[in-house]
Design a protein. Structure first.
Length: 761
C-alpha cells in the first residue's frame, strides 16, 4: 500500500497542540531510493489505531549514533532496534523538514558486533545482553546467523568472557526460539515479496507453526482467523498469488468476513440487502448474482443459514434457537418453590424488593432491573441472606472479574466469573459445564450480576449448564449492550414473557448523590446537572447533596485534552486525595483524535510514569510502571487474566524477557513472557465499552463533538455510572445534548425476543 496515497503522515516532532497527523500531500517528494537504517530503541513516535502505519526515528546504517532520519509508512509492526532496508523517497515537509516516506521495507540482518548483539536481544527470547555478547564473541559477528541456522544446539558451547556457562534455562529457551525465529525470517521474506509488513510474520509462525508457508500459499484467507489481520491483508496476499476478483474462494471468504464483522458490531444476523452492501464494498463487486451463488455454497457447506431475508453464520443461528428454546421453557414452567417462605429479614427491605425475593423463590427465571440508587445490590444481598439461612446453595457470578469482585464485596458472599463457574478452558475445548455436568449438581440458585453484558454465546453456555437451578439475572438495560453478538437481557425484557421486577425508587443515601441523580436525568433524556448549584436551583436550595458530579465546559479538542490531563494528574489528586495512578480512570468514547484513547494514554503514560523506565513492549508504549489492560481472555495456568482486567508492570527481566504484573485486584502477581504481552495495551484511559462491569473511585470523561458518530444516551449513561465517588465530564454542552438526544446507539439485529414469544404463545 502506498502511504502517500492512503495515509495521513504523523510527525513525532509536532506538539500535541498542533496535532499528531499531517497529510503527505504537504510534502515535496524527491526521487525514489533505498536506505538501510536502524530503528530507535525507544519505540515509534506515532502508531495509527489499526497498527499498520507508524512514524519512527532511525539512524542510517547499523550505528545508533549515526545520522538521524525520520521514517513514515507501513511500519506499525516492526520492533524497536530493528535494522531494515526501506524503499521509498525522501520528502520535504514545508514546516517540519525532511522525512523518508516508506513504500516497502525488508529486514536487514546486522553485520557489526553491536548490531548482531542488539538483534539477538530484541528478536530471540532467552537471549539477554550478556548471552548475546558471549554468542558474538564465540562465533564472530559475521558467522552467528550461518552457524546457528545450521545448528542452534551450538548455543550450548557459549561461555561468558569469564568462562562461566550461561544458565541452562536461557540456553534451552534460546535453542527452541532460534528455530522459530529462523522460520519467522523465512516468512518475512515471503511477506515482503507480497507487500505485507514484517511484523505479521511472528504471529503467523506462532499460529500455524510448520504449516505457515503452506497456509500462505494455498489458503491465504485463513489469515482472517487471526485478530487484527482482517480480510484486506489476506486478500492482498491472495491477489498477489493470482486469485481473481470473482474467484469463488475469494467471494466466500469475503462473505464470511462480512458476517463475522457484523457480529463484532453486535448483530446475530444480517438482512440480505445489508450483507450485499457490506460484502460488495469489501469485495469490490457490484453484481449481486455472484454473491448469491457464493451464499448458496456456504449454505450447502453448512457454514451459513438463510432464514427469510436474514443470513446467519450457522453457529449463531443454532445458538439463538437453542437459547430461545431454553428461555421459553423456563418462562412456561409453573411455579416451583426453591425454599420455604420466610418472614422479612432484619435488614430493611422495601415492598418492591421483597416481591423480588418471592419471585426468585418460586420462578425458575427472574429478571431484576433498575435505575442507579434503586437498590438492586441491596436486593441481591437480601436474597443471598435469606437463601443461605434456608440452606439453599447459591452461586454468584458476573461476566467480568471486576464485576464479580464487586459483587463479592457488596454481598459478603463468594463470587466468580461466569467463565470460571462454567469451567472454561480453551485447551479442553471450551466450557466444561453443560447439560451433562450442570451447575445444579452443586447449586440451587444462580445470581448473575451485570447481565446487560451477556452476549448470545455466554448466555447460551450459561443456560445450557444451569440445569434445574433457579436463575436471577440482574442488570440495567439502559447501559451499553454487550461486547459480542446479541442483546440477551434487553431481548428478554422486550419479550415480556419472563417475570421481571424493575426497581424505580431512589433511596435516601443514593438521593444525595449527583452521580445518581445525573444518571437518572440522562436516562430520562434530560441533560445532567451541570453543577451542584444547577442541581440545587432545580431541586430546591435546602436539598442535601453530595458534590460528586461536575461538568467542565471546553470547546476545542486541545482545550478538552489539557483540562482532562490537569484534572487527572493535578486537581483531583490534590483536592480529593485520590491516587491518579490507581484511583482515577479516564473514559473515552473513541480511540482516535486529540481526545481519543490513544493520544490520552500516550500523554498520561508520560506524566504518570515519568523518567526512563525499562521498555517492555515498544509497539504499545508499555514500560515498567505502566498501567495496562488485557484485551483478550488468557487461560494459561499460573497467569490467567481475563479480558478487561487491569494491571501494573512492576518489573522486567531483560535476560529472560519476562514481565512481572501486579493485578489491580490487589491479590496476585504474575509473570508474563514477552510474546504474551502482545495482548496488553496501556490503560490510563479506557473506552467506555471496555469499562463495562467496572467501577472506579473517580471518572473523568472527555465529551466532544469530535465523537459525534459515537455519541448516544447509553454511552453517556454507562460512562457516568462507572464512577463511585466522583465523576467529571469535560467538553461541549452540545455534545452532551447530542448524546442525551439519541435514545440508543445503532440497533442490533437479533431475533431472540421474537423466537421466545413464538415458543411461548
Amino acid at each position: 500500500m502506498n502511504p502517500r496515497a492512503h495515509r495521513d503522515l504523523a510527525n513525532g516532532n509536532l506538539s500535541e497542540r498542533e496535532g499528531a497527523v499531517k497529510h503527505v500531500s504537504s510534502y515535496a517528494v524527491t526521487e525514489a531510493s533505498e536506505i538501510e537504517v536502524t530503528l530507535s530503541r525507544s519505540g515509534p513516535r506515532y502508531v495509527s489505531p489499526d497498527l499498520e502505519f507508524a512514524v519512527w526515528s532511525a539512524t542510517f546504517g547499523e550505528n545508533l549514533d549515526g545520522e538521524p532520519v525520520t521514517l513514515a509508512g507501513p511500519l506499525g509492526h516492526v520492533a524497536a532496534g530493528d535494522q531494515i532496508v526501506c524503499s521509498g523517497a525522501f520528502s520535504e515537509h514545508k514546516r517540519y523538514g525532511p522525512q523518508f516516506a516508506v513504500e516497502t521495507f525488508r529486514a536487514a540482518l546486522p553485520r557489526s558486533a553491536e548490531g548482531v548483539e542488539r538483534w539477538l536481544t530484541t528478536r530471540v527470547p532467552g537471549i539477554g545482553p550478556t548471552f548475546a555478547r558471549a554468542i558474538v564473541d564465540h562465533f564472530g559477528a559475521a558467522e552467528v546467523f550461518a552457524e546457528l541456522d545450521r545448528d542452534p544446539e551450538r548455543l550450548r558451547e557459549v561461555r561468558t568472557k569469564a568462562g562461566r556457562a550461561i544458565s541452562r534455562k536461557s540456553v534451552e529457551r534460546a535453542i527452541a526460539a532460534w528455530r522459530e525465529v529462523a522460520t519467522i525470517r523465512e516468512v518475512e521474506t515471503f511477506l515482503f515479496t507480497h507487500g505485507i509488513a514484517a511484523g505479521l510474520a511472528g504471529r503467523l509462525v506462532r499460529e500455524y507453526g510448520d504449516e505457515v508457508v503452506d497456509v500462505l500459499t494455498h489458503d491465504p484467507y485463513r489469515l482472517i482467523e487471526l485478530p487484527r489481520v482482517g480480510f484486506k491483508t489476506a486478500d492482498r496476499i491472495a491477489r498477489s498469488l493470482g486469485i481473481e476478483l470473482d474467484d469463488p474462494q475469494r467471494l466466500r471468504a469475503g462473505l464470511r468476513f462480512a458476517l463475522e464483522e457484523s457480529e463484532a458490531d453486535g448483530n446475530t444476523f444480517l438482512p440480505v440487502e445489508e450483507l450485499w452492501q457490506r460484502a460488495g464494498k469489501l469485495l469490490e463487486i457490484g453484481d449481486v448474482e455472484p454473491l448469491e451463488s457464493a451464499v448458496r455454497v456456504l449454505v450447502a457447506e453448512a457454514e451459513a443459514v438463510v432464514e427469510g431475508d436474514c443470513i446467519y453464520r450457522t453457529e449463531l443461528w443454532e445458538m439463538e434457537r437453542r437459547l430461545a428454546t431454553t428461555l421459553a421453557e423456563r418462562a412456561r414452567t409453573a411455579a416451583v418453590e426453591l425454599f420455604d417462605a420466610h418472614d422479612r429479614p432484619a435488614m430493611e427491605v422495601s415492598d418492591e424488593q421483597w416481591a423480588v425475593v418471592e419471585l426468585v423463590r418460586t420462578r425458575p427465571l427472574v429478571l431484576l432491573t433498575g435505575l442507579p440508587g434503586a437498590g438492586k445490590t441491596h436486593t441481591q444481598r437480601a436474597i443471598v441472606d435469606i437463601a443461605r439461612r434456608a440452606r439453599t446453595r447459591v452461586l454468584l457470578c458476573a461476566p467480568t472479574g471486576k464485576a464479580a469482585r464487586r459483587m463479592r464485596d457488596l454481598t459478603g458472599h463468594d463470587a466468580m466469573t461466569i467463565h470460571r463457574a462454567l469451567g472454561y478452558s480453551p485447551f479442553a475445548g471450551g466450557f466444561q459445564r453443560n447439560e451433562d455436568d450442570p451447575l445444579s449438581n452443586e447449586y440451587e440458585l444462580v445470581i448473575v450480576d451485570e447481565a446487560s453484558m451477556l452476549s448470545l454465546e455466554l448466555a447460551d453456555a450459561l443456560f445450557r449448564a444451569a440445569g434445574d437451578c433457579h436463575v436471577l439475572l440482574v442488570g440495567d438495560t439502559d447501559q451499553l449492550p454487550p461486547i459480542g453478538a446479541g442483546r440477551v437481557l434487553a431481548d428478554l425484557v422486550d419479550s415480556g414473557v419472563v417475570p421481571q421486577a424493575h426497581l424505580t425508587a431512589i433511596y435516601r443515601q443514593a438521593a444525595r448523590s449527583l452521580i445518581v441523580r445525573s444518571a437518572r436525568r440522562i436516562n430520562a433524556g434530560e441533560l445532567p446537572f451541570l453543577s451542584p448549584d444547577d442541581a440545587r436551583a432545580s431541586l430546591g436550595g435546602d436539598v442535601e447533596l453530595d458534590e460528586d458530579f461536575f461538568f467542565v465546559a471546553k470547546q476545542e479538542q486541545e482545550a478538552i485534552r489539557d483540562a482532562v490531563l490537569d484534572l487527572v494528574c493535578e486537581r483531583i489528586p490534590s483536592h480529593y486525595g485520590l491516587d491518579p495512578r490507581t484511583e482515577v480512570m479516564t473514559l473515552v468514547p473513541m480511540r482516535r483524535g486529540a481526545v481519543g484513547l490513544n493520544a490520552l494514554n500516550e500523554e498520561l503514560e508520560r506524566r504518570l510514569n515519568p523518567g526512563e523506565p525499562a521498555v517492555v513492549l515498544a509497539r504499545a508504549g508499555i514500560r515498567v510502571g505502566s498501567r495496562i489492560v488485557q484485551t483478550k481472555n488468557d487461560y494459561t495456568p499460573d497467569r490467567e487474566v481475563m479480558n478487561g482486567e487491569v494491571a501494573f508492570v512492576v518489573a522486567w527481566d531483560e535476560e529472560e524477557a519476562e514481565a512481572v504484573l501486579s493485578l489491580d485486584d490487589g491479590e496476585r502477581e504474575i509473570v508474563v513472557p514477552a510474546a504474551a504481552l502482545e495482548t496488553y495495551v496501556l490503560a490510563w484511559a479506557l473506552t467506555v465499552h471496555r469499562a463495562q462491569g467496572s467501577q472506579f473511585p473517580a471518572v473523568v470523561a472527555p465529551w466532544s463533538m469530535a465523537y459525534a458518530v459515537m455519541l448516544s444516551r447509553p454511552l453517556l449513561y454507562t460512562a457516568v455510572t462507572r464512577a463511585e465517588r466522583l465523576c467529571v465530564i469535560v467538553g461541549e454542552r452540545r455534545a452532551l445534548a447530542t448524546a442525551v438526544g439519541r435514545a440508543e446507539g445503532r440497533r442490533r439485529h437479533s431475533a431472540l425476543a421474537e423466537r421466545i414469544v413464538e415458543l411461548t404463545d
